[in-house]
Design a protein around this ligand. Sequence first.
Ligand SMILES: *Cc1c(COP(=O)(O)O)cnc(C)c1O
Length: 260
Amino acid sequence: MPKVSQGDGAGADRYPTAFTPADFRANVADVRARIAAAARRVGRDPEAVRLLPVSKTVPTDRVRVAIGAGMRRLGENKVQEAMRKHRETADLDVEWSVIGHLQSNKARDVASFAAEFQALDRLKVAEALDRRLQAAGRSLDVYVQVNTSAEESKFGMPPEELPGFLRALPAYGSLRVRGLMTLALLTPDEVRVRACFALLRDLRDRAREETPELIGDGELSMGMSGDYEIAVEEGATCVRVGQAIFGARAVPDSHYWPEG
Ligand SMILES: *Cc1c(COP(=O)(O)O)cnc(C)c1O
């Protein structure tokens, strides 16, 4: 296949599209090296950071190449797309993490195939997931999504609602709380991005102090292609990276985070 960039300009230069196993291995190696460097800058163990490749909008033929290049768990924002790819890769050794906003009427779908759900932000969704999971005799790793940017367009609960939410979750026995998830402000202003990540870490630290039994391992899922190095410096234990591994997306981010 010829190497044509599919992005819409600036992003395509920054994030060339990966087609071959060698492309994927090179991109993953580069991201891992940057994670390791960021971790070392702040005295953290690079091994403590999980890289979750995000394959949204990437056609299944290229996803299959990525899996062949060694990716064993992939993130998708939309449940429908995740389920379709799950089906289309059922012959391969791969798990799926749903990282985007969920309507409670899609809980059954997530409960049927997902290995992880990173965007839990309402009890209605917790209740719907738990009901489906109990019926299926399964449990599910979840991250509670917090809105650390105070932007209307971002999903996730306001920070002040987190303690009450965590206290309510043990009622849903099939959900295993792993930690917290956030999206930072989409801005080139590094100071403001960093403040979002630091806030999530503070919330985690406070929860660990006050209710350690409710926060699981206290994982912090934060950081994307544009800001994962800052996130690692601020304590991320999972970074969700799409474009830096698969290539630039033509679909604008507002498709995933509707403008206020
Ligand atoms: C798309 C997405 C990412 C990855 O964004 P990239 O810019 O492709 O790295 C991370 N988290 C969520 C929730 C996403 O939807």
